[in-house]
Design a protein around this ligand. Structure first.
Ligand SMILES: C[S@@+](CC[C@H](N)C(=O)[O-])C[C@H]1O[C@@H](n2cnc3c(N)ncnc32)[C@H](O)[C@@H]1O
Length: 215
């Protein structure tokens, strides 16, 4: 059982008892997701009429919720995400309590979707949640953006291996971007070696840096 925690911006996160880490920054879950994944990820591609996003680690569903809410009008979104350890309904319901009632309803709907099926959330948004280990995942198509939201390399070194990032690089569109909250030097060097142009950007509140890697 994971525990719900309230972060410094008042938004909720989850403490993973399995990995001993929080799903989001203690300085603000909402602020971190908005900065790293929406502002430095999704919004960088807002000129495209069709967007495909891959997320490593569906977790609370916050990144998908925010992507739906910040999708430009008339833009079509295909969102594919993998998760090895889906939350129990009691856990995501407790997380959702901290959202507005409109967002609670959306988040619960997203969690209730079957795994391993492509589902129309709306005419604009298609979602495919895949219950698998990132180490066994083969991308089904080309993506414009990758949200890389694993636990830290310290907690989960196996999720930060070259083989995973090479596979994602191969299925990233030209000019496609990978964003992560992690700014570790070893991750930057690994991404550069694979072929990414690595940019170190200012991080979310109280975090100096994050990575945006461009193909
Ligand atoms: C840092 S949390 C972020 C979750 C999510 N993006 C969010 O905002 O709530 C990392 C997520 O990766 C999942 N995860 C851990 N190991 C995994 C693996 N090997 N393959 C796929 N998902 C994994 C965890 O269960 C967790 O949901």
């Amino acid at each position: 059982m994971n525990n719900i925690v309230v972060t410094n911006d008042g938004s909720a996160s989850i403490f993973s008892t399995r990995f001993g880490e929080q799903y989001h920054s203690k300085h603000g879950a909402w602020a971190e997701s908005m900065h790293v994944f929406i502002k430095m990820g999704l919004c960088q591609k807002r000129h495209l009429p069709k967007l495909s996003v891959f997320e490593m680690g569906f977790g609370s569903g916050l990144n998908l919720l925010l992507s739906i809410k910040h999708l430009p009008a008339n833009c079509h979104l295909y969102y594919e995400t993998v998760e090895k350890f889906p939350l129990q309904s009691t856990e995501y319901e407790a997380f959702a309590v901290h959202l507005t009632s409109e967002d609670q309803a959306i988040l619960k709907q997203l969690h209730c979707y079957d795994w391993n099926r492509t589902i129309d959330f709306s005419a604009q948004v298609q979602v495919r949640k895949i219950q698998t280990d990132i180490c066994h995942y083969t991308p089904s198509q080309t993506f414009d953006i990758v949200y890389y939201d694993a636990f830290s390399p310290r907690a989960q070194p196996e999720c930060w291996e070259a083989q995973i990032f090479s596979g994602l690089y191969d299925r990233l569109a030209d000019d496609g971007i990978l964003v992560t909250y992690c700014a570790k030097g070893s991750v930057k060097r690994l991404l550069s070696k694979i072929g990414f142009q690595v940019r170190t950007l200012p991080g979310p509140p109280y975090k100096r840096e994050m990575i945006q890697a461009v193909k």
